[in-house]
Design a protein around this ligand. Sequence first.
Ligand code: ADP
Length: 540
Amino acid sequence: MLGLMQDWPLLIHRVIDYAALQHPNRSVVSRSVEGPVHRTTYAHIRKRSLQLAQRLRRDGIGIGDRVATLAWNTARHLESWYGITGVGAIYHTLNPRLFEDQLIYIANHAADRLMFLDLTFVALAEKIADRLPTIERYVILTDAAHMPQTKLKNAIAYEDYIAEADGDFKWVEVDENTAAGMCYTSGTTGHPKGVVYSHRSNILHAMAAAMPDYLSLASRDVVMPVVPLFHANSWSLAFSAPMTGAALVMPGPKLDGASIFSLIEEEGVTMSAAVPTVWLGLLQYLESSGEKLTRLKRVTIGGSACPRAVTEAFETKYGVTVSHAWGMTEMSPLGSFCTPKPETAALTGSALYDLKQKQGFAPFTVDMKITDDNGKILPWDGTTFGRLKVRGPAVSKAYFGLHENILDEEGYFDTGDVATIDENGYMNITDRAKDVIKSGGEWISSIELENLAVGHPDVAEAAVIGIPHPKWDERPLLLIVLKPDRSPTKQDILAFMQGKIAKWWMPDEVVFIPEIPHTATGKISKKTIRDQFKEFRFEG
Ligand code: ADP
């Protein structure tokens, strides 16, 4: 017997329909690429995305077509996602920080038909357009007044493009399992791989992520996604904010500490989400300017391990609650959040910050397990570490155009991370499997050493890699970027770390460097560092 409930497929247009009906005047504020702060509402965004869907249809774009976006977080970019999915097509976010060859590979592999791009990226697109044969038209996310001279194929200003439609359009109804979005993983080995989200997976993921123990969103919130729309679905915020009626503040192209700070204060941002490097920038700005955060209540920090010093500074100096999150592009991307359960709610002081170093527990819709290399399940005791595997309705089962099986016999996807899980279900990433340092048959977590080093008051950023060692296989090398005008010695740094970790975890050498290379998603690029230090050997 089937249930007797209505057939109401989980389609993305329902999110903006809902927001426009229940929260029509909620603001969506953007720092525009042109400069000024721009204000709109969910009701307007819905109207304009209907115009866009209608206009796309006229260009022959429909179910299954890929439309690339190369853009910062702004209302226009958000609107384009709803317009594109509303005609049954697929938004395909391109990360502008990728190398040109990678962008070309990705756009061609996905066979994108249109590209929506910011003014910032016109020069880049012009440079590579000859090698993007599938793209039929470039829509520049601006108005006629700011439209540059360009030879890009069929180029048009977005405002002119959507003005050619009146918005009298019905969303295209598709099966909820239809593809809605695409995002390629940065591919530290081999080519980038295409992750394909469905309408259903995006909606279930956003609903799970919005719950109180996770992003905890409500219509009283003002949410600033600093995490880009092109970085793994902006951690659901393009859907979970309108779904809950939370207002949005889109930071556009300026992600430095001072710019983020002024938007938070001026727009009354209550909640924000970004990778640790962004928050390091904000905290450094606060330290040097003496400014205080008066409006912000919560931040979600993920994408790479959040240094303890960052969590402590937010909570103790500025009264902002930190929730450490973990996830990956293949998981839509959120997989866990570190927030209190009754079992941990009483923790205070350093025990609390020990807990907050962990990546936390999975929401409903994410099953987790840790296994050894043979697939044997390992216990949740907080010390046994193994390969972290996940499954759920918003976890990938395959990559676009590749036929290899990526799931184990129980349907779990191997994240490539090594982790422990404790009795209360809190998961803690030890390292990426390929970054962990193998010393004398035991493992040293590069993440833990980095977090500790960043706690030194003179250190701006730290990275640790394993260097081949004749006796121990590998030993840790610590690379440090100092804050301006500081000059501690290697011994000062090591003395700071001494006693806080096992003796045999202590780095064999410390090297001060001017800059640490980052990946396109703002993470420490271990691959680049390993290349730079491939000839390095410890003395003696
Ligand atoms: P990319 O490598 O392209 O940036 P992802 O964003 O999908 O792609 O990266 C996912 C990986 O990032 C995870 O598998 C994990 O190694 C790392 N990661 C994400 N969040 C955290 C976190 N809070 N702590 C430690 N590692 C994290």
